[in-house]
Design a protein around this ligand. Structure first.
Ligand code: SF4
Length: 366
C-alpha cells in the first residue's frame, strides 16, 4: 500500500511536523504545540477533556476557548474575551496557523502585545483540569464554562462521566488507567456514556501515547477523495494500521533529503528550523517547539546517528520506531489538510497531494 505512505511523505514534506496534541499554556492561556505532550498528569487529563469537547465541533476556536475557560475556572468576561481573542490572533500569526486570521485583523489591533501578555497571565487564577474539581462543580456552571464548544450541557455530563469513571475504577489516577493495553483502554473508554470510537482513540493516541489510528471527518473525506474505498470507521482504521509500520518503512525510505533535513533540524534545534524563512513551511515551523526528527522513518544517515553513542539519539531512534509517533503525525497532517485545503469545497489547485488524488482526476478540475 504505497499510496498511503506517499500521501504521508508529501504532506510531511509540505507541512512539516505538527506537534499534536496542542496544550494550553497555564500562564498565557494560549495553545502551544510540542511533540512530547503530555508531560504530566494534568496535560494528559487536558487532552482527554479536549478529546471529549471536540465531539461535533471545531477544535479552533470552540474547544480551545472551552479549555481556556476550564483552566480559568469560570467563563470569560466580555473584556477578557476580547483580550484573549487578540492574543490568539497574534499567536496564530506567529505559528503560521492563522487561516482565519487576515493581515487586516492584525493591523487593526492597537493593543501593545506586552500589555496583552500581562493581562492574560493574570487570567489563570483557577484550574479546572482536575477530576475532583470537575465532579464538584455545579453542572450548569461547568456547562457555561465550556459553552463555546457547543452541546455544552451534554459535554458537561460527559466530562463528569469520564471523571467519575477514573475515580471509581482507578482512584483518580490516570497513569494507572493508561498502563492498560490498547485493547483494554478502548473497551473501557467505550463503556463510558458519551465516549465513542473517535474520542476513545484520540485519548489513547494523544494522551496515553499508544498506537491506534484516529479516524475523523477530515480523514474520511480526504482518503475517500484520494481513492481509498473503505468508508466505515473500523475499515478505514484497519487500513491505516495494517499498512503503516515504521519498522517496514526503514528499508523503504525514499526521501533521504527529508531525513537529512530532519537531522539538521535536530542539530540546530535550539535555533529553530534550518529552513526557516526559505519557504512557507520553514516560516510555519519557526516558532513551533516541535522537532521532525522523531516523526519520520530513518534512512541511512539516521541510522548513523543512532549508533553515534549519543544516548539521546538512541532514545529518539527508538521512539521513531514506535508507530504511535507515525499515527500521531499522520492524523495531525490530515487535519491540517482537511481544515485548510480539502474542505467541503476543495481547493485542489493548492493541494500538495493533488497528483495522487482520484477526485481531481475524476472531475478533471485542471
Ligand atoms: S486534490 Fe482536492 S479532493 Fe484531492 S485531497 Fe487534494 S483538495 Fe482534496
Amino acid at each position: 500500500m504505497e499510496k498511503i505512505m506517499q500521501v504521508y511523505y508529501k504532506l510531511y514534506e509540505i507541512y512539516g511536523p505538527q506537534g499534536w496534541w496542542p496544550i494550553v499554556n497555564n500562564k498565557t492561556l494560549l495553545c502551544e504545540y510540542h511533540n512530547n505532550a503530555p508531560k504530566n498528569e494534568s496535560e494528559a487529563l487536558e487532552i482527554c477533556f479536549g478529546a471529549i469537547l471536540t465531539q461535533g465541533t471545531q477544535w479552533y476556536p470552540n474547544v480551545v476557548r472551552a479549555i481556556q475557560q476550564l483552566k480559568l475556572g469560570r467563563p470569560f468576561k466580555k473584556q477578557e474575551l476580547e483580550v484573549i481573542t487578540r492574543a490568539e490572533i497574534r499567536q496564530a500569526e506567529i505559528s503560521g496557523n492563522g487561516e482565519k486570521v487576515t493581515k487586516k485583523a492584525i493591523l487593526t489591533q492597537n493593543t501593545n502585545w506586552k500589555n496583552v501578555e500581562k493581562a492574560i497571565i493574570q487570567l489563570n487564577k483557577n484550574n479546572l483540569i482536575d477530576i475532583e474539581k470537575i465532579l464538584k462543580i455545579n453542572n450548569k456552571k461547568l456547562a457555561l464554562i465550556i459553552k463555546s464548544s457547543g452541546y455544552h450541557n451534554q459535554k458537561a455530563k460527559k466530562l463528569k462521566n469520564f471523571s467519575l469513571f477514573l475515580i471509581e475504577n482507578y482512584n483518580g489516577n490516570i497513569n494507572e488507567f493508561f498502563n492498560n493495553s490498547v485493547k483494554k483502554l478502548r473497551e473501557e473508554l467505550l463503556s463510558i456514556n458519551g465516549i465513542g470510537p473517535e474520542t476513545a482513540d484520540s485519548i489513547i493516541l494523544y494522551s496515553a501515547k499508544k498506537p491506534i489510528f484516529v479516524i475523523d471527518a477530515y480523514t474520511r473525506r480526504i482518503m475517500g477523495r484520494v481513492g481509498f474505498k473503505e468508508d466505515t470507521y473500523d475499515g478505514l482504521q484497519g487500513l491505516f494500521m495494517k499498512n503503516l509500520n515504521n519498522n517496514g518503512l526503514r528499508s523503504k525510505c525514499r526521501l533521504p533529503s527529508i531525513c537529512e533535513h530532519l537531522i539538521s533540524f535536530e542539530r540546530t534545534r535550539q535555533g529553530g528550523c534550518p529552513s526557516r524563512g526559505t519557504n512557507e513551511v520553514g516560516a510555519r515551523n519557526r516558532n513551533r517547539k516541535v522537532c521532525g526528527f522523531l516523526s519520520m522513518s530513518p534512512c541511512a544517515n539516521y541510522n548513523q546517528m543512532r549508533t553515534d553513542g549519543n544516548p539521546k539519539h538512541k532514545r529518539d531512534f527508538e521512539r521513531s520506531h514506535n508507530n504511535e509517533r507515525l499515527f500521531n503525525e499522520y492524523h495531525a497532517l490530515l487535519v491540517e489538510l482537511g481544515k485548510n485545503i480539502c474542505k467541503k469545497k476543495p481547493l485542489c489547485s493548492k493541494c500538495p497531494i493533488n497528483k495522487m488524488c482520484n477526485y481531481l482526476a475524476a472531475f478533471k478540475i485542471f
